[in-house]
Design a protein around this ligand. Structure first.
Ligand SMILES: Nc1ncnc2c1ncn2[C@@H]1O[C@H](COP(=O)(O)OP(=O)(O)OP(=O)(O)O)[C@@H](O)[C@H]1O
Length: 258
Protein backbone atom coordinates (compact mmCIF):
# COMPACT_ATOMS: atom_id res chain seq x y z
CA UNK A 1 0.00 0.00 0.00
CA UNK A 2 1.41 3.43 -0.89
CA UNK A 3 1.90 5.93 1.96
CA UNK A 4 -0.77 8.56 2.54
CA UNK A 5 1.72 11.27 1.59
CA UNK A 6 4.97 10.85 -0.28
CA UNK A 7 7.33 13.77 -0.81
CA UNK A 8 10.20 12.91 -3.13
CA UNK A 9 13.21 15.06 -3.97
CA UNK A 10 11.25 18.22 -3.29
CA UNK A 11 12.95 21.51 -4.09
CA UNK A 12 11.61 25.01 -4.38
CA UNK A 13 13.29 28.21 -5.47
CA UNK A 14 11.51 31.56 -5.29
CA UNK A 15 12.43 33.92 -8.09
CA UNK A 16 12.54 37.50 -6.83
CA UNK A 17 13.72 40.80 -8.35
CA UNK A 18 16.82 40.77 -6.16
CA UNK A 19 17.73 37.18 -7.10
CA UNK A 20 16.61 33.61 -6.60
CA UNK A 21 16.12 32.09 -3.13
CA UNK A 22 16.09 28.33 -2.61
CA UNK A 23 13.76 27.54 0.29
CA UNK A 24 13.75 23.71 0.06
CA UNK A 25 16.23 21.32 -1.52
CA UNK A 26 16.17 17.53 -2.01
CA UNK A 27 13.52 16.91 0.66
CA UNK A 28 12.04 13.39 0.83
CA UNK A 29 9.78 11.80 3.45
CA UNK A 30 6.50 9.92 3.83
CA UNK A 31 3.47 10.11 6.11
CA UNK A 32 1.83 6.73 6.65
CA UNK A 33 -1.89 6.13 6.89
CA UNK A 34 -3.10 6.98 10.42
CA UNK A 35 0.23 8.49 11.47
CA UNK A 36 0.81 11.79 13.27
CA UNK A 37 4.03 13.23 11.90
CA UNK A 38 5.45 16.35 13.52
CA UNK A 39 7.80 18.50 11.47
CA UNK A 40 10.26 20.76 13.27
CA UNK A 41 12.83 23.07 11.76
CA UNK A 42 14.64 26.32 12.47
CA UNK A 43 12.79 29.57 11.89
CA UNK A 44 12.60 30.47 8.20
CA UNK A 45 13.80 27.04 7.03
CA UNK A 46 10.97 26.54 4.57
CA UNK A 47 8.19 24.88 6.57
CA UNK A 48 5.44 27.08 5.12
CA UNK A 49 6.83 26.54 1.63
CA UNK A 50 6.60 22.79 2.25
CA UNK A 51 2.97 23.08 3.38
CA UNK A 52 2.16 25.22 0.33
CA UNK A 53 3.64 22.56 -1.95
CA UNK A 54 1.72 19.75 -0.22
CA UNK A 55 -1.54 21.67 -0.37
CA UNK A 56 -1.06 22.41 -4.07
CA UNK A 57 -0.82 26.19 -3.59
CA UNK A 58 2.59 26.32 -5.27
CA UNK A 59 4.08 24.09 -7.92
CA UNK A 60 7.50 23.01 -6.60
CA UNK A 61 10.53 23.70 -8.79
CA UNK A 62 11.72 20.11 -8.34
CA UNK A 63 10.44 16.76 -7.12
CA UNK A 64 6.95 15.44 -6.48
CA UNK A 65 4.26 15.35 -3.82
CA UNK A 66 1.82 12.42 -3.98
CA UNK A 67 -1.31 11.88 -1.95
CA UNK A 68 -2.52 8.21 -1.96
CA UNK A 69 -0.08 7.61 -4.81
CA UNK A 70 -1.56 10.39 -6.98
CA UNK A 71 0.63 13.42 -7.81
CA UNK A 72 -0.68 16.67 -6.29
CA UNK A 73 -1.47 19.16 -9.05
CA UNK A 74 -3.68 21.88 -7.61
CA UNK A 75 -5.44 21.88 -4.25
CA UNK A 76 -6.36 18.26 -3.31
CA UNK A 77 -10.00 17.76 -2.38
CA UNK A 78 -9.29 15.45 0.54
CA UNK A 79 -6.97 17.72 2.49
CA UNK A 80 -7.72 20.23 5.27
CA UNK A 81 -5.37 22.80 6.76
CA UNK A 82 -5.47 24.39 10.24
CA UNK A 83 -3.40 27.57 10.48
CA UNK A 84 -1.86 29.33 13.45
CA UNK A 85 -3.96 32.43 12.97
CA UNK A 86 -7.50 31.31 13.86
CA UNK A 87 -8.79 34.88 13.84
CA UNK A 88 -8.10 35.14 10.13
CA UNK A 89 -9.28 31.67 9.20
CA UNK A 90 -12.80 31.94 10.67
CA UNK A 91 -15.55 34.10 9.17
CA UNK A 92 -16.59 36.60 11.89
CA UNK A 93 -20.04 37.16 10.36
CA UNK A 94 -20.99 33.46 10.44
CA UNK A 95 -22.01 31.51 13.53
CA UNK A 96 -19.70 28.78 14.83
CA UNK A 97 -22.01 26.14 13.33
CA UNK A 98 -21.99 27.90 9.92
CA UNK A 99 -18.21 28.25 10.01
CA UNK A 100 -17.85 24.52 10.56
CA UNK A 101 -20.38 23.75 7.80
CA UNK A 102 -18.78 26.13 5.31
CA UNK A 103 -16.45 23.63 3.54
CA UNK A 104 -19.35 21.15 3.38
CA UNK A 105 -21.59 23.36 1.28
CA UNK A 106 -21.85 20.77 -1.53
CA UNK A 107 -23.39 18.22 0.84
CA UNK A 108 -27.12 17.90 1.62
CA UNK A 109 -28.24 20.17 4.46
CA UNK A 110 -28.99 17.36 6.94
CA UNK A 111 -25.55 15.81 6.47
CA UNK A 112 -23.86 19.19 6.84
CA UNK A 113 -25.66 19.70 10.15
CA UNK A 114 -24.91 16.26 11.41
CA UNK A 115 -21.18 16.44 10.60
CA UNK A 116 -20.84 19.91 12.13
CA UNK A 117 -22.65 18.87 15.30
CA UNK A 118 -20.47 15.80 15.63
CA UNK A 119 -17.26 17.77 15.11
CA UNK A 120 -18.32 20.50 17.56
CA UNK A 121 -19.13 17.82 20.14
CA UNK A 122 -15.68 16.24 19.57
CA UNK A 123 -13.98 19.53 20.45
CA UNK A 124 -16.38 20.26 23.34
CA UNK A 125 -18.12 23.22 21.73
CA UNK A 126 -21.70 22.05 21.22
CA UNK A 127 -22.97 24.81 23.50
CA UNK A 128 -21.26 27.51 21.42
CA UNK A 129 -22.74 26.48 18.04
CA UNK A 130 -24.93 29.60 17.71
CA UNK A 131 -22.29 32.05 18.89
CA UNK A 132 -20.02 34.01 16.60
CA UNK A 133 -16.23 33.56 16.63
CA UNK A 134 -15.66 37.01 18.14
CA UNK A 135 -17.67 35.97 21.20
CA UNK A 136 -15.19 33.17 21.97
CA UNK A 137 -11.72 33.05 23.53
CA UNK A 138 -8.68 32.42 21.33
CA UNK A 139 -8.47 28.79 22.39
CA UNK A 140 -12.16 28.25 21.64
CA UNK A 141 -11.75 29.84 18.20
CA UNK A 142 -8.91 27.47 17.42
CA UNK A 143 -11.13 24.59 18.52
CA UNK A 144 -13.71 25.81 15.99
CA UNK A 145 -11.01 25.79 13.30
CA UNK A 146 -10.09 22.22 14.30
CA UNK A 147 -13.78 21.19 14.28
CA UNK A 148 -14.16 22.65 10.79
CA UNK A 149 -11.21 20.60 9.55
CA UNK A 150 -12.51 17.43 11.24
CA UNK A 151 -16.05 17.86 9.90
CA UNK A 152 -14.59 17.85 6.41
CA UNK A 153 -13.14 14.39 7.17
CA UNK A 154 -9.94 14.91 5.21
CA UNK A 155 -7.64 12.04 4.30
CA UNK A 156 -4.79 14.23 5.54
CA UNK A 157 -4.98 17.02 8.09
CA UNK A 158 -2.17 19.58 7.78
CA UNK A 159 -1.56 21.80 10.78
CA UNK A 160 0.72 24.84 10.58
CA UNK A 161 1.79 25.85 14.10
CA UNK A 162 -1.82 25.40 15.20
CA UNK A 163 -1.26 26.09 18.92
CA UNK A 164 1.33 28.83 18.71
CA UNK A 165 -1.10 31.69 19.35
CA UNK A 166 -2.75 30.43 22.54
CA UNK A 167 -1.66 30.51 26.17
CA UNK A 168 0.29 27.59 27.68
CA UNK A 169 -2.66 25.97 29.51
CA UNK A 170 -4.92 26.15 26.44
CA UNK A 171 -2.09 24.79 24.36
CA UNK A 172 -1.89 21.69 26.56
CA UNK A 173 -5.67 21.23 26.31
CA UNK A 174 -5.64 21.58 22.53
CA UNK A 175 -2.72 19.16 22.18
CA UNK A 176 -4.65 16.55 24.19
CA UNK A 177 -7.79 17.28 22.18
CA UNK A 178 -5.86 16.60 18.97
CA UNK A 179 -4.46 13.32 20.34
CA UNK A 180 -7.94 12.21 21.38
CA UNK A 181 -9.78 13.05 18.16
CA UNK A 182 -7.09 11.66 15.90
CA UNK A 183 -7.30 8.40 17.89
CA UNK A 184 -11.10 8.32 17.74
CA UNK A 185 -11.34 9.31 14.08
CA UNK A 186 -8.11 7.66 12.88
CA UNK A 187 -7.08 10.86 11.15
CA UNK A 188 -3.68 11.14 9.44
CA UNK A 189 -1.98 14.34 10.58
CA UNK A 190 1.13 16.29 9.60
CA UNK A 191 1.78 19.06 12.10
CA UNK A 192 4.44 21.75 11.75
CA UNK A 193 5.75 23.30 14.95
CA UNK A 194 8.66 25.34 16.26
CA UNK A 195 8.31 23.70 19.64
CA UNK A 196 10.57 20.68 20.23
CA UNK A 197 8.60 19.52 23.30
CA UNK A 198 5.33 19.71 21.40
CA UNK A 199 6.75 17.69 18.51
CA UNK A 200 7.77 14.87 20.87
CA UNK A 201 4.58 15.02 22.95
CA UNK A 202 2.30 14.76 19.89
CA UNK A 203 4.24 12.84 17.28
CA UNK A 204 4.46 9.19 16.33
CA UNK A 205 7.56 10.42 14.51
CA UNK A 206 9.38 13.73 14.36
CA UNK A 207 10.86 14.89 11.08
CA UNK A 208 13.70 17.35 11.69
CA UNK A 209 14.48 19.82 8.92
CA UNK A 210 17.77 21.62 8.38
CA UNK A 211 18.27 25.37 8.10
CA UNK A 212 17.19 26.87 4.77
CA UNK A 213 17.28 25.42 2.17
CA UNK A 214 15.35 22.79 4.11
CA UNK A 215 16.19 19.16 3.73
CA UNK A 216 15.42 16.20 6.00
CA UNK A 217 18.08 15.86 8.72
CA UNK A 218 16.41 12.83 10.32
CA UNK A 219 13.08 11.22 11.13
CA UNK A 220 12.94 10.07 14.71
CA UNK A 221 10.51 7.44 16.06
CA UNK A 222 8.68 8.49 19.24
CA UNK A 223 8.02 5.23 21.14
CA UNK A 224 5.98 6.84 23.93
CA UNK A 225 2.77 4.84 23.25
CA UNK A 226 -0.65 6.15 22.31
CA UNK A 227 -1.64 7.32 25.79
CA UNK A 228 0.21 10.49 26.76
CA UNK A 229 -0.29 12.73 29.74
CA UNK A 230 1.01 16.27 29.89
CA UNK A 231 2.81 16.11 33.24
CA UNK A 232 3.88 12.46 33.47
CA UNK A 233 4.91 12.02 29.82
CA UNK A 234 6.93 15.22 29.74
CA UNK A 235 8.69 14.22 32.98
CA UNK A 236 9.56 10.71 31.75
CA UNK A 237 13.13 9.73 30.98
CA UNK A 238 12.21 8.68 27.41
CA UNK A 239 10.64 12.08 26.73
CA UNK A 240 13.62 14.00 28.10
CA UNK A 241 15.98 11.84 26.04
CA UNK A 242 13.93 12.28 22.84
CA UNK A 243 13.71 16.05 23.16
CA UNK A 244 17.47 16.24 23.67
CA UNK A 245 17.93 14.18 20.51
CA UNK A 246 15.59 16.44 18.50
CA UNK A 247 17.41 19.51 19.86
CA UNK A 248 20.73 17.96 18.81
CA UNK A 249 19.43 17.15 15.33
CA UNK A 250 18.20 20.73 14.91
CA UNK A 251 21.83 21.84 15.08
CA UNK A 252 22.83 19.52 12.22
CA UNK A 253 22.95 20.78 8.64
CA UNK A 254 23.31 17.43 6.90
CA UNK A 255 21.19 14.25 7.06
CA UNK A 256 22.27 12.01 9.98
CA UNK A 257 21.28 8.58 11.32
CA UNK A 258 18.67 9.25 14.02
N1 LIG B 1 7.02 34.33 -1.89
C1 LIG B 1 8.32 34.32 -1.56
N2 LIG B 1 9.23 34.93 -2.34
C2 LIG B 1 10.55 34.91 -2.03
N3 LIG B 1 11.06 34.28 -0.94
C3 LIG B 1 10.19 33.66 -0.14
C4 LIG B 1 8.77 33.66 -0.39
N4 LIG B 1 8.17 32.95 0.60
C5 LIG B 1 9.16 32.55 1.44
N5 LIG B 1 10.36 32.97 1.00
C6 LIG B 1 11.66 32.72 1.63
O1 LIG B 1 11.88 31.31 1.69
C7 LIG B 1 12.44 30.94 2.95
C8 LIG B 1 11.54 29.94 3.62
O2 LIG B 1 10.32 30.61 3.97
P1 LIG B 1 9.12 29.85 4.72
O3 LIG B 1 8.06 30.86 5.01
O4 LIG B 1 8.73 28.65 3.95
O5 LIG B 1 9.85 29.40 6.06
P2 LIG B 1 9.24 28.94 7.48
O6 LIG B 1 10.11 27.83 7.95
O7 LIG B 1 7.79 28.64 7.34
O8 LIG B 1 9.42 30.24 8.35
P3 LIG B 1 8.91 30.52 9.86
O9 LIG B 1 9.62 29.54 10.71
O10 LIG B 1 9.37 31.91 10.12
O11 LIG B 1 7.43 30.35 9.85
C9 LIG B 1 12.62 32.24 3.75
O12 LIG B 1 13.96 32.64 3.61
C10 LIG B 1 11.69 33.22 3.08
O13 LIG B 1 12.17 34.53 3.16
Amino acid sequence: MSPMLEVTGLGHTYEAKDGAHTAISGLSFTVENGELLCVVGPSGCGKSTLLRAISGLIRPSEGTVSLHGTPVEGVPADLAVVFQDYSRSLFPWLSVQRNVEFPLRDLPRAERHERAEEALAAVGLSAAARKHPWQLSGGMQQRVAIARALAYRPALLLMDEPFASVDAQTRFELEDLLLRVRREQETTVMLVTHDIDESVYLGDRVLVLSKSPATAVAALDVPLGAEREQIATRASEEFVDLRARVAGLLQAREPVEA
